[in-house]
Design a protein. Structure first.
Length: 351
């Protein structure tokens, strides 16, 4: 049995940042994740994808964000159970919880924070005959390492942020980038749409709309795609890779059986207070939760993790009064006894 103060289910950015906020309160955390390494989707699916909406980072690769979060929480020595899926939650007579994984590892704590992102997920695949025969042979549903496409011809299909962002990014990597979308309008950020248009005008992206990729050509390996446009003849375009980026179909998995209130495949929480679920002591933070006005952004998950930890402290120590101090004043104390002091000049200014 692993004992801790907060069991965090999910080791993505939101779960990792919760370790930092809990550490400031002298609360110990243990994280459970089905993936073999911390970082969630940022590490497993798109480590080389640039992220633009993290405060103080005009641009940061998803993998680098995870690396920095790991450095930030290192002083608090969190525990990890990786490569195992949280299977059950059992409430004990004293109000604490035991979380058991699919491999039988048991974890005990007074607080559980579910930070499972989108849960388990599968890529949404276009309805193309023999598509699966080309998977890992030129067809990919996510980009982990863009260097694979160095000096190669790439066709991307989709109209959301991922399709736009990767089309932009790969113009500096691939020899040829083609973006195909079934509509003339895109669902992604306006800045990204404008950038794609600029790159098209500069001859760096071939943009084909409204159109769909309806076929794949190649003898065991992608050699080309068939692109269909309404009322026009099909286009056969030679390419080395076809990457349909139509998003992910999320599934909550075992979480759906834990007695939590579910809405639109997400966990309902009380956002007016502390992101607690309908079961006291169990919280949900990040993309896995839902409430009025919810935005699925990493920075929103960071905010939710912060308030969750404050509430968790009060539940664990109901008779203690916590006085919040800015880290510029208090510094950061690690569980190993180390301390990063706040700069004296900052303390003097605040005093």
């Amino acid at each position: 049995m692993i004992h801790t103060d907060i069991i965090i289910i999910g080791a993505g950015p939101t779960g990792l940042f919760a370790v930092f906020e809990a550490g400031l309160l002298k609360l110990k955390c243990h994280l459970i994740d089905a993936l073999p390494a911390p970082g969630g989707q940022c590490a497993e699916i798109y480590p080389k994808k640039p992220i633009y909406d993290i405060p103080a980072y005009p641009e940061v690769l998803a993998g680098d964000l995870v690396d920095n979060l790991m450095k930030q929480i290192a002083p608090f020595e969190p525990g990890f159970t990786l490569g195992e899926r949280a299977e059950t939650i059992d409430k004990q007579e004293d109000g604490t919880f035991v979380v058991t994984t699919n491999k039988g590892t048991k974890h005990h704590a007074p607080i559980v924070a579910i930070a499972g992102g989108l849960g388990s997920f599968e890529p949404r695949k276009p309805p193309i005959d023999n598509l699966e025969a080309y998977e890992d042979n030129g067809v990919a549903y996510m980009i982990k390492d863009p260097e694979i496409y160095r000096d190669k011809r790439v066709v991307i299909a989709g109209g959301g942020d991922s399709a736009l962002d990767w089309s932009i990014f790969l113009t500096d990597v691939a020899s040829e980038v083609t973006l195909v979308h079934r509509r003339n309008e895109f669902r992604g950020a306006l800045d990204s749409v404008d950038k794609v248009q600029e790159l098209k005008d500069a001859g760096k992206i071939r943009l084909i709309t409204p159109a769909e990729v309806t076929g794949i050509i190649g003898d065991g390996q992608v050699e080309g795609v068939v692109i269909s446009k309404k009322d026009e003849e099909d286009i056969v375009l030679e390419t080395d890779y076809f990457i349909p980026l139509f998003g992910l179909s999320p599934k909550l998995g075992p979480i759906a059986n834990w007695g939590l209130e579910i809405e639109k495949n997400a966990i309902k929480v009380n956002n007016a207070l502390d992101y607690q679920t309908n079961i006291p002591g169990i919280y949900a933070i990040g993309d896995v939760n839902i409430y009025p006005g919810k935005l699925k952004l990493i920075l929103c998950g960071f905010h939710e993790a912060t308030l969750m930890c404050q509430s968790a402290y009060q539940r664990i120590y109901p008779n203690k009064r916590y006085v919040m101090k800015y880290t510029t004043v208090s510094g950061v104390d690690g569980f190993d006894g180390s301390k990063k002091e706040a700069p004296k000049s900052v303390i003097k200014t605040i005093d």
